[in-house]
Design a binder for this molecule. Structure first.
Ligand SMILES: Cc1cc2nc3c(=O)[nH]c(=O)nc-3n(C[C@H](O)[C@H](O)[C@H](O)COP(=O)(O)OP(=O)(O)OC[C@H]3O[C@@H](n4cnc5c(N)ncnc54)[C@H](O)[C@@H]3O)c2cc1C
Length: 331
């Protein structure tokens, strides 16, 4: 058959976090038939636990992440525009500036945005639902086998699927080389004397104000980075520690009477041993995109583009060798 007439491969994506759904949207736009499996409900894990900083300029990010981060940042306006045109929901930038507190006591003013991941999640999900993407919630990918015709069989609690390709985007649950890094966070009401409109961040703590939408006038204080398995319980001692650190940057946040807590939660970041993502192929039919650790909201648009290019056999806009899953084979 003429290659142009041949139907594009059917793609299955396992895991409906921001990575899985951003990739689903990109592949669907490029003409692929996409099914997404989600064992719970979409966007309920790390992707809605995040602060939403697009922290490409954070000096504490691994240097190898820099080109990837800047590429993703360059894609963000079009990413949000595509989501808005499909969903009718706009996702505003909440902040445009970050004050970075350096270890030597100096500060830097960075031109950097943040979004509200819950707003982004609602819009992304509505965008996905406005397309032909087949999102199947409460459907867990249990294991994958390949028969002697190289056909993949994806076994789930809701039957067997036979896609042409499978992309694993199950976040902290995606791969043996990925471990959960627990992050506890709290949201506080800002005092009238502290009308923040910029992020304040050091190596150990950040304060991220919400300036637009239903949470305007509040700020997130986060986040712990803990090796606690898959535990997502919030502990008062963890929150108290975050407040103490935040008060070193903004003293008014120390006090529950001036900055009362609105809510608190914990999420599981997908982390690798070198804090870099896992992007690439695991076998001819299976791919992985996870391990985005502290930057999955920032890195979602570039991940979608790079993985879709890989599926289409196109070369990547940036060097993805540092993110190859094969780097752990020899480790
Ligand atoms: C406290 C905190 C603060 C953060 N702050 C920021 C920030 O400011 N900026 C930033 O860029 N990033 C931030 N992050 C990181 C970011 O949230 C993550 O990197 C990103 O959300 C990872 O997305 P994901 O889609 O890979 O994972 P997830 O959102 O966890 O999605 C994975 C999905 O896979 C599903 N799943 C698992 N196993 C299966 C299976 N077998 N079958 C089907 N489905 C399955 C899960 O149910 C889940 O829905 C933060 C994270 C935390 C926890």
């Amino acid at each position: 058959m003429d290659a142009k007439l041949r139907p594009k491969p059917e793609i299955m994506i396992a895991g409906a976090g921001i990575i899985g759904l951003s990739l689903a949207l990109e592949l669907q736009t490029r003409g692929f038939q996409v099914t997404v499996l989600e064992r719970n409900t979409a966007l309920q894990h790390a992707s809605t636990a995040a602060a939403g900083m697009l922290a490409a300029k954070d000096p504490h990010n691994p240097p190898a992440l820099l080109p990837f981060s800047h590429f993703s940042l360059s894609l963000y306006p079009a990413f949000l525009q595509r989501i808005e045109s499909l969903s009718g929901l706009s996702v505003p930038f909440q902040t445009d500036t970050t004050i970075q507190y350096m270890p030597d006591g100096s500060t830097q003013q960075l031109a950097e945005h943040s979004v509200d991941p819950r707003q982004l999640a609602a819009a992304l999900l509505a965008a996905v639902r406005a397309t032909s993407i087949d999102l199947r919630e409460h459907t867990e990918l249990r294991f994958v086998t390949e028969d002697n015709q190289a056909q993949l069989h994806a076994e789930t609690n809701n039957g067997t699927f036979t896609p042409d390709k499978i992309i694993h985007t199950q976040g902290a649950w995606a791969h043996p080389q990925v471990r959960p890094a627990k992050g506890q966070m709290l949201r506080v009401q800002l005092p009238a004397t502290l009308p923040l409109c910029e992020v304040h961040r050091s190596e150990h703590i950040y304060v991220v104000p919400r300036t637009q939408g239903p949470q305007a006038g509040t700020a997130l204080i986060g986040a712990t980075v803990e090796d606690a398995g898959f535990d997502t319980v919030v502990h008062p001692v963890g929150l108290a520690h975050l407040r103490t650190l935040a008060a070193e940057l903004l003293p008014q946040l120390a006090d529950e009477t001036t900055a009362p807590q609105v809510e608190a939660w914990a999420g599981l970041r997908p982390a690798t041993a070198d804090s870099l993502p896992l992007l690439g192929s695991l076998s001819p039919g299976q791919f992985i995109a996870t391990g985005h650790f502290r930057n999955g909201i920032l890195l979602a648009p570039a991940t979608a583009t790079i993985m879709a290019d890989l599926i289409e056999g196109k070369s990547s806009a940036i060097d993805v060798a540092p993110f190859s899953p094969a780097r752990f084979d020899t480790a």
